[in-house]
Design a binder for this molecule. Sequence first.
Ligand SMILES: [Zn+2]
Length: 666
Amino acid sequence: MTASPSPRHATPNKSQGTGKPKLAFRPLPVPQVDVRGFWGDRAEAVATRTADILYDRCVAARMLEQIDPDQPSPGVVIPFHSPSPDEAASAGFTGSTVTTQMFWDSDLGKTIETAAYSLYRRKNPELEKKIDAVIDMYGRLQQEDGYLSSWYQRIQPGKRWTNLRDCHELYCAGHLIEGAVAYYQATGKRKLLDIMCRYADHIASVLGPEPGKKKGYCGHEEIELALVKLARVTGEQKYMELAKYFIDQRGQQPHYFDEEARARGADPKAYHFKTYEYSQSHIPVREQDKVVGHAVRAMYLYSGMADIATEYGDDTLRVALDRLWDDLTTKNLYITGGLGPSAHNEGFTSDYDLPNETAYAETCASVGLVFWASRMLGMGPNARYADMMERALYNGSISGLSLDGSLFFYENPLESRGKHNRWKWHRCPCCPPNIGRMVASIGSYFYSLADDALAVHLYGDSTARFDIAGTPVTLTQASRYPWDGAVEITVEPQAPVEFTLHLRVPAWSGNAGLAVNGETVDLEDLTSDGYAAIRRRWQKGDRVRLDLEMPIERLYANPEVRQDAGRVALSRGPLIYCVEATDNDNRLHRLTLPRTAGIEAHDEPDLLGGVVTLSATAQADAGDGWQDGLYRADPPARVETRLTAIPYFAWDNREPGEMLVWLRDG
Ligand SMILES: [Zn+2]
C-alpha cells in the first residue's frame, strides 16, 4: 500500500516542482456543493435513474464477466474492427486491431464515478452494494505485481504493454483511478483507491524517464488528468511526477509508437489512422498550435496539460494551451460547444469546417471541453474559459442526456431530418457514463477556491460550504438561472473573515448590475478578465446581488463557415436555441427569420421540465404550385408563420421530428 492515510483532499508537496505554482484555484469537492434548480433537476435524474441504468447496461453488456476472475472469461464479445489491408498484411502481432471491448474497464470506471457522485446526492444502498462487489472483483483480479487490466489479463494474456498506441491500456487505468478517487471521496471506502495506487506504482515501475523503463504514453490520453487527481487525494507527489512525465514525453523523438510497433514485428507505417495527429503525439505538446485528431483525446490531453501547468507553474505549457484554445474557439467549435465534426476520425478536419446535419460532435468531446475549460480556471478566474465552459455545459454536453436521465446521444448534430434519436446504449458506450459523471459532479464546476479567494464560475440555486483562512463559510445562491439572470448571494462565515469573492460577468450579458448589502457598486471598476473581484471582511448575512441582463441574441457565424452562410442562430443567456418540428407548422428548412422580427421569450413551466421558449413571426416558403415540377423561374411565395424555438439541450425529448439550429436569415 502506497497511499498515506491522508485527508480526502490532500495538497501534494510541490517542492519537487520545476517552477513556482500559480495562484491555484481548486474546484470545491462535490459533497461541499448542493445544487438545486436547473442543475438540481439534471443531477436528480442522474442520481435516481442514470446511475442505476449505467450499472445495469454494463452488466447486460457482459462487462462483469470479464473482470470477475471467479467466472469463465467471456472471450471476445465485440468483434475486432477490421484491420486495414496493410495492417492485415504486416507480420507478427495484430495488436493494431481494436475492439471497444478493450476499454470496458473505462466504462466501468466512469460508471463507478457516476454512482459515487450520485451517492452524495441520494443514498442508494443497493447500488453501493453492487459497486462494492465490482470493486471486490477488481481486487481479486489485480496481479501480484499490481497490474490490472481485465482485457489483457482475461482476453489477451501476455500482450500487456505491447500496443499503447491503439489499445487504451493506460486510458482504462485512468478511468479506474478517477472512479477510485470519486468512490473514496463519496463513501470513505479506500479499497479501490488502494488498488489503483498499487497499479499506478506498477505503471511507474514500467514507464518513465529513468533508464531501463519504457518511454511510452497512452494513445488515448486520460491517465494524465487521473494521476493529478490521485496525487491531490493521496498527497503523493510521485503521481504528479508520473502525470508530468506522460505530458512531457508525448510526441518526442525517437517516436515511441514507431519503436513499439517494430518491437511487436509490425510496420509503424501500417497505422490505421496514418498520422499521429490522431492522438496529438505528432510533435511535443509544447510545440502544438492546432487542435488536431480525435476530439476527446485532444480535450483530455489539454486538461492534463492545464493541471500540470497549474501545479508546476509551467508557463511553457500555458502558452501552448492558449494557442490551442484560440485555434479551437475561433475556428473549430460549434456554436453549441460541440466539437469534432467528422465521424471518420471522431475529430477535427479543417478550419471552419462545421457541417450541421453530419456533425459528429460527440457528447464526450463537449464534456471534455468542460474538463479543459474548468482546469484553465485553476490558473485564476478568467471568463475567456468560463464562458466557454458554460456554453459547452448548457448546450453540446447535456444535449447528450435525455431529460429523464435514461437515453443518450453519442453524436450531437445541429440539424436533423427527424431520424437522429436517442439511444438506450451504444456499441461504444463511452458517452453515457461520461455525461452521467459530469452532471453528477456539477457542483464542483460552480466554484473554485484559492488560499484567500473564492471564484463563482456558474450561477444557479445552490449552497456551497468551504473553509477560507481557517474559517468555515456557507455561500448560498438564490436564482432561477439560466431562465433569469438575477442572482442573490448570501455569505455566512462562522466568524468575520477577509477574502476576495470573484463573480463571473458573462460576455453575453448586455448590462450587469452589482450591489453589496443593497449598495450599488461600480462593476467596471472591479472587473478584470470578466470577473468582478469583491474583497472585504465578510460578515454573517452579507448579501451580494448580481443582475445579469439576458438579452435574446441573433448570432452569426464567421463567413468562412460555409454551412452557416446566410443563417442565424438564437441564444438567450447561456442557452443556444433550436426549432423542432413538433412546435412549428412548417418544414423547418422553409423557414426564414426576418432581421426585423421581434423575438419574445415565454416562461413555460410545464414544457420540457420548465423552459423559456422563444417565438417570432417568421416567413415560410409556400409549397403551392410545385406539384408538377422540381424547378421553375418563379420563386416560391412567402407566407407568414409563427416560429417557436426551444433550448437546444432539450431537443428530441418529445415525438421524433426535424430539428434545426441555424435558421435562414431574412
Ligand atoms: Zn463518447
